[in-house]
Design a protein around this ligand. Structure first.
Ligand SMILES: *Cc1c(COP(=O)(O)O)cnc(C)c1O
Length: 367
């Protein structure tokens, strides 16, 4: 009984730091002994579940003794119609996080290099390290991705470049033309993952149907999710749009029943709930303006965001985060993203945001 199990783990695993999720509401309730906690920490849709999704979930409970549809036939059919792609170009995941995981397992080896922005979504770094591959963080430009620096960093070993657009946690956005120019210069042997978890929040005139570039760039992956604007974070569904050839590979690596029946049913139904999607986007738009006005008034520099969250510079963010917790408000510290002076705040309902602003005023007055 003297073996140190750590010595058996694959290269990279011992150095991993577990992903730090937003603090659960129930946990803070127990700690503070209060019940009206506001959580603005995980970029979830504050409107609650879509009624169409709820109905579909209820109906799908009759099927729960059976395995889910391993091919996600109905969801893929609906997505294919929506995006005008072939269902064979779609890979479903248990959240787009799993889509990323499948991509890494398919393409990234221990001797590969993976490029991503220094302040990008942290899962890219976690996956790179868990494989024992080499992460190459690229310095940001004005908190956003520097595509020229990414191009310059590509070597013979580079197998994947991850571009979060909009990026989390900074909320920065690259115009479609810039990404297309980037794709034209990236060698075809480098997989470009365009992570569009917040796609729906980008104003229609500012975004492009990037998946329409797939026929020209066989190395492109467009990943999207039902966790944010579609309000299904707890069910875990995301998907990749790729060439059919790439999807065939990804679907071989994918665990057969990775999306559960309730998730498949809810995601299929919510795609028909245009009113729900539009209401969430409209709420986000008007409340984002309120946050901007509030931070401007309080002279707190914020990073303009096109997502459903806003990142603000507050000084010692750890202490402010703790002080906000004592006020019953959970936001997200992002020191793990190399931003120890910032907090990321998800845009909630008007009422939740008012609670945040009042709590922040108390905290600022204590300083
Ligand atoms: C939230 C998020 C995801 C993953 O969300 P899932 O719930 O796994 O679909 C992926 N990328 C970015 C940038 C995100 O912020």
């Amino acid at each position: 009984m003297s073996i140190d199990i750590k010595t058996l783990a694959n290269q990279g695993v011992n150095g991993l730091h577990p992903y730090q999720p937003g603090k659960p509401v129930e946990e803070l309730e127990r700690e503070l002994g209060i019940s009206n906690i506001v959580k603005l920490a995980s970029n979830e849709n504050p409107l609650g579940l879509s009624p169409k999704a709820r109905l579909a979930i209820e109906q799908a409970t009759t099927e729960l003794t059976r395995y889910p549809d391993a091919n996600g036939y109905y969801l893929k059919a609906k997505l294919a119609e929506r995006w005008q792609v072939d269902p064979a170009q779609i890979t479903l995941g248990n959240g787009s996080n799993e889509v990323l995981e499948i991509l890494f397992r398919t393409f990234v080896a221990p001797d590969s290099e993976v490029l991503f922005d220094q302040h990008a979504f942290i899962v890219y770094a976690l996956l790179t390290q868990s494989i024992g591959a080499t992460a190459v963080p690229i310095p940001s430009k004005a908190w956003g991705h520097d595509l020229d620096a990414m191009l310059a960093a590509i070597t013979d070993k580079t197998r994947m470049v991850c571009v979060a657009n909009p990026n989390n946690p900074t909320g920065t956005y690259l115009a479609p033309a810039a990404i297309e120019a980037f794709l034209a210069k990236v060698p075809e042997s480098v997989i470009v993952v365009l992570d569009e978890a917040y796609f729906e929040y980008v104003e229609p005139e500012q975004r492009a149907n990037t998946h329409q570039w797939l026929s020209r760039y066989p190395n492109l992956v467009v990943s999207r999710t039902f966790s944010k604007a579609y309000g299904l974070a707890g069910l875990r569904v995301g998907y990749a749009l790729t060439s059919a050839q790439m999807a065939d590979l990804l679907n071989r690596v994918r665990e057969p029943f990775n999306c559960n029946s309730l998730a498949l049913a809810a995601a299929t139904a919510v795609l028909d709930d245009d009113a729900y999607l539009a209401a969430g986007i409209e709420l986000n738009r008007s409340e984002m303006a309120r946050f901007e006005a509030y931070f401007t008034e309080r002279k707190l520099p914020y990073i303009p965001s096109v997502g459903n969250f806003i990142t603000v510079e507050v000084g010692e963010a750890g202490a402010i985060y703790e002080a906000l917790l004592r006020q019953g408000v959970i936001v997200r510290p992002i020191a793990g993203y190399g931003m120890p002076n910032h907090l990321r705040v998800s845009i909630g309902t008007a009422e939740e945001n008012t609670r945040f602003m009042a709590a922040m005023d108390v905290v600022l007055a204590e300083r």
